[in-house]
Ligand binder design. Structure first.
Ligand SMILES: [Zn+2]
Length: 421
């Protein structure tokens, strides 16, 4: 192990014996008491030295025996220490590609803020390379989203859509002007590949993938193609964004594939829900919940779907980019093993105020996804009985994250605490 105090956190001394790591309250930490010699020793924890050399340096600086190991252990338990050589074979492989790693350094530094143990950040970053994500929809949101995931190190980003690139599909970071007239899916896949820091990994085809005679049976046609860590539904049609079709996600529910909704409808951007099949509310739950609250809902949806398709829908460029960015963040958080606040909730933002708020998507007892039976993650503790649309429902996400962060607090060892900055 080559211990390294996480370089992503800036250091500042609050007084002679108390050091603060980090500026922003979300990840800042105060450590103390710490004597001056130990404080000077921190500068040596930069990932260039192994433990034996650090012990020698400690002795030279007059630190008592065992002090260096104690300090390293304390920093590691506080989540402040990384290991410049850790993360396992996949991380070593990534370190062997310095040009690729250089592209991802800010992302690696950010991962070190949420990954606790030394070496975890590089392990997570390297793990992204083996992930497969599918984005369905290559409009202003989907194409940018696919490029973001690819640029953040997700190894395989597949994009599905129909038709050809129209002039109004072109976006910075998404489909380029040169692709107008090309097939949308091909152009978006190429844009995602261009954004990638590395060549895509070689696709390994399992022997069971093609030539399965059972695939011809109707029931199996509904089966989802296996192996996607996440599917993102980013429809270009505003009706599908506002009222996602439950049927479209049935194969995803049946195969247990996590999926995330994102898109723009009129002047509103939507991210969520992230559906963990059988655990959090899905598109079917959302639809049935709306029908319960508003008996005209099914009638309206039918009219919206039957209406003459508009050639060009409203889709503000900045709004679409914001939605793509936030959805990519939620997707990456999930892929990195966290539970983002879109699980069981829809984040919505509207022009011109641009204030994000979350609406819960409760598991519905009559939805075949059966999330309601299993004590869903997105389900509250019985206190939330307000109807959809009332402002205080937006607290559901906050309460969940508060509960999670309380757990994190409880796990922190004595002698460390969150900085109040
Ligand atoms: Zn459901």
């Amino acid at each position: 192990m080559h211990p390294m105090v996480k370089p992503a956190l800036r250091r500042g001394w609050r007084d002679l014996n108390t050091v603060q790591f980090g500026l922003a309250p979300a990840h800042a930490m105060v450590l103390g008491p710490m004597d001056t010699a130990t404080g000077s020793f921190l500068a040596l924890l930069d990932g260039t030295r192994g433990l034996p050399l650090l012990r020698d340096e400690g002795r030279r600086m007059g630190l008592p025996d065992g002090h260096v190991d104690g300090l390293v252990d304390r920093l590691a338990r506080s989540g402040l220490l990384d290991d410049a050589t850790g993360g396992g074979p996949a991380a070593d492989d990534l370190r062997g590609k310095p040009a690729v790693l250089d592209r991802l350094r800010p992302d690696a530094a950010t991962l070190s803020l949420v990954a606790c143990a030394p070496g975890d950040a590089m392990q997570l970053l390297a793990a992204r390379r083996s992930l497969r994500v599918q984005v369905r929809g290559a409009g202003r949101v989907g194409a940018v989203l696919a490029s973001l995931l690819s640029g953040a190190g997700v190894g395989e980003v597949d994009v599905r859509d129909v038709g050809r690139v129209e002039p109004w599909d072109v976006t910075p970071g998404g489909l380029p002007a040169e692709s107008i007239g090309e097939r949308r899916d091909m152009a978006a896949r190429r844009a995602a590949r261009h954004a990638a820091p590395d060549r895509p990994p070689r696709r390994r085809r399992g022997p069971q993938a093609p030539a399965d005679p059972a695939e011809d049976r109707p029931v199996n046609r509904l089966r989802e193609e296996p192996g996607h860590s996440l599917v993102i539904l980013a429809p270009r049609d505003g009706v599908d964004v506002h009222a996602p079709k439950p049927g479209a996600a049935e194969p995803l529910i049946a195969s247990g594939t996590p999926h995330l909704y994102a898109g723009v409808v009129e002047g509103t951007g939507i991210v969520g829900p992230l559906v963990l099949p059988g655990e959090t509310g899905c598109a079917g739950c959302l639809d049935q919940g709306r029908a319960d609250r508003d008996e005209t809902w099914p009638r309206l949806v039918t009219q919206w779907r039957c209406g003459r398709p508009r050639q060009v829908e409203a889709c503000d460029l900045a709004l679409a980019t914001t939605v793509a960015g936030l959805a990519a963040g939620h997707a990456l958080a999930f892929l990195d093993g966290q539970l983002p606040s879109s699980a069981g909730a829809r984040w919505e933002v509207s022009l011109p105020g641009f204030d994000w708020h979350a609406r819960p998507v409760w598991p519905h007892p009559e939805c075949p996804c059966s999330a309601a039976e299993k004590g869903a993650v997105g389900k509250g503790n019985g206190e939330h009985t307000a109807k959809d649309g009332e402002p205080h429902e937006t607290m559901a996400g906050h309460q969940r994250s508060t509960r999670l962060s309380r757990k994190v607090h409880a796990a922190r060892p004595a002698g460390t605490w969150r900085a109040h900055v």
